[in-house]
Design a protein around this ligand. Sequence first.
Ligand SMILES: [Zn+2]
Length: 285
Amino acid sequence: MLWKGRRASSNVDDRRGISGGGVAAGGGIVGLIIFLLYNFLGGGGSGETPNLPQLLPGQNQTEMSAEEKAADDERAEFVKVVMAETEDVWNTIFSNMGDDYREPTLVLFRDGVQSACGSASAAMGPFYCPGDSKVYIDLSFYQDLQTRFNAPGDFAMAYVVAHEVGHHIQNLNGTAAKVNRLRQQLSETEFNKYSVKMELQADFLAGVWAHHAQKMKGILEPGDIEEALNAANAIGDDRLQKESQGRVVPDAFTHGTSAQRMFWFKKGYQSGDISQGDTFSANID
Ligand SMILES: [Zn+2]
C-alpha cells in the first residue's frame, strides 16, 4: 500500500507505553471479556470466556530494543494512516447518503488493555468495542499475520483495520444492536449463524473501503488485494479450528470459513456498493 507521507489519523489513543496499567489500576487481575465485543479471531463472539493470561502489574511490559521500537513505531504510523484512509472513505460515503460519519478512535496497546467491553489481552487479536466506539490493536498482531498465519504484507494488516472499522459501521447503522438482541433469544448454535453474518459483512465493508480508497486516492500497489485475500483465507474459522483442534466444527463458527471471508471481501472490493452487503439475507450455509 502506498502509505508513506499520507495523513495519519488524529483519532488515536496510543497506550503502548502504559498498556496493562489500566487493568492493574482497575484492580482487575484476571482478564474478562464480556459479550459485546467483536474481535478478529473468534472466541469472544460465541459468548464463552476465553482463557486469558493473568495481567499483573509489572509483568506485562515487554522490553524492546531500539530497533524493535523503531519497527513498532513504523507499524503504528502505518495503522494510523490506514485509519485516516477509512475516515476519508466513510466520511464521503456517509455524506453521499446525507448522514454524518462519527469517526471511531484507534487505541494502540501492548499486551493488555482495558475497554468498555472489559479487559483484553493481545492474544485475542484486534477488536472493536461498540460500547466506546474504539478499535483496539496490539501491533504484535502485525507480526502474527506474517509468522503465525502466513499472511504477510502491509495490506493484510490494512484489511484487518478496515474489518474492525466495518464493525464500527455496523454499530452506527444499528446492525450490531439488532444482532445483539438475538443473542438473548437464540441458542448458541443459532446465534453463531448471525455472528458469522456480522463478521462476513465486516469483511465486505473492508472490501468496500478498499474499492473507494483506491478510486479516491490510488493507494493500492500490485499484490495488495491478494495480500488481503490471503489474510482472509488464513484466518477463516475452518482453517483456525483445524489448526487448533485438528477438525472442523461448523456450528462453532463465529467468523465464517476462509472461502466465505474471501468471497465477501472481494464482493465489497469489486462493487464498492454498500447495498450489496446484505450477508443476513444471503444464503451462506
Ligand atoms: Zn470481526
